[in-house]
Design a protein around this ligand. Structure first.
Ligand SMILES: O=C(O)CCC(=O)C(=O)O
Ligand SMILES: [Fe+2]
Length: 281
């Protein structure tokens, strides 16, 4: 993952529709967007199709206004932006797994994955990551001052989940970063998953088990300085037990994401982020 996303050329973000039980019941929503104006223009405020909330209040006299956060909770596909990088598309399935299946999968992963805490060299030689991780791939993976060594020894449930996602969505996920948030103090800071080793416009499939945590996105395509960050459009998706989130198209270039610390108690949560890695990178 990277805090400074690189820009890419235009994206071809096409998703094969899932089949069977998981077929989305909602049609795709377009979160209306105009990339050239985040504030201070004469445009109409944008409106979220889903919530009816104004996305960006346009104030007179070029006063910058912090856009209201967009909440995504329902199943469906959301085109969250369109820029020269292409469409950023999110698909969310809050009940991808039946609760009883999610329960045993959660317990299995808690117990059978070799969780470890890494040092994040970006923050100093003793800076421990505020969560535990495990990496499964034929390739090593470097992000944020961390090197995850190649580990081809996939836990069997993870192989089954990977193969199911690949079948449903016609992907070739071959790598997995698994995260264990021990409580509400564990987190992951703003970043993109746009490392060169993941290729252009990388798709990410994210499965969550355990306690619900907020997954936040902020749009960085128009950000020129740190001051602009306060005015980004923001999206919040509560990632529930047994949910699946797909991020595709330009999402890793035009948006950052994070799971913030919580002020309320949170129990354990396992998150699986499937990725496609290219051996030559
Ligand atoms: O825990 C999550 O939902 C996100 C984790 C994440 O962003 C990552 O592993 O790159
Ligand atoms: Fe990430």
């Amino acid at each position: 993952m990277s805090a400074n996303p690189r820009k890419s050329s235009r994206v071809q973000g096409s998703w094969a529709a899932p089949s069977g039980k998981q077929r989305p019941t909602k049609s795709s929503t377009n979160i209306n967007y105009n990339s050239s104006a985040s504030w201070g223009s004469q445009q109409e405020p944008r409106t979220s199709v889903e919530s009816g909330v104004k996305l960006c209040a346009i104030a007179p006299n070029d006063v910058r206004v912090v856009p209201k956060e967009i909440l995504i909770q329902n199943e469906g596909e959301h085109v969250i932006s369109e820029t020269s990088n292409g469409s950023s598309i999110i698909k969310f399935y809050p009940n991808f797994f039946e609760k009883s299946d999610a329960n045993w999968m959660f317990e299995t992963l808690l117990n059978e994955v070799q969780w470890r805490q890494n040092t994040n060299l970006k923050y100093g030689p003793d800076a421990l990551e505020p969560r535990l991780t495990a990496w499964f791939s034929d390739y090593s993976y470097s992000y944020s001052g961390i090197v995850q060594q190649a580990n081809p020894h996939w836990q069997p449930l993870l192989v089954a989940l990977r193969d199911r996602l690949n079948k449903l969505h016609n992907y070739k996920f071959n790598s997995l970063l698994a995260n264990l948030y021990r409580d509400g103090h564990d987190s992951v800071d703003w970043h993109t998953d746009a490392e060169a080793a993941l290729g252009k416009s990388p798709p990410i499939a994210s499965i969550s088990f355990g306690d619900t945590r907020n997954f936040e996105l902020r749009e960085i395509s128009e950000v020129k300085s740190d001051d602009d960050l306060a005015y980004c459009r923001r999206i919040r998706i509560p990632l529930t037990h047994g949910s699946l989130l797909l991020m595709t198209g330009a999402t890793q270039h035009d948006w950052q994401h994070r799971v913030p610390k919580e002020y309320h108690d949170r129990k354990e949560r396992v998150n699986l982020t499937f990725r496609v890695m290219f051996p030559s990178s």
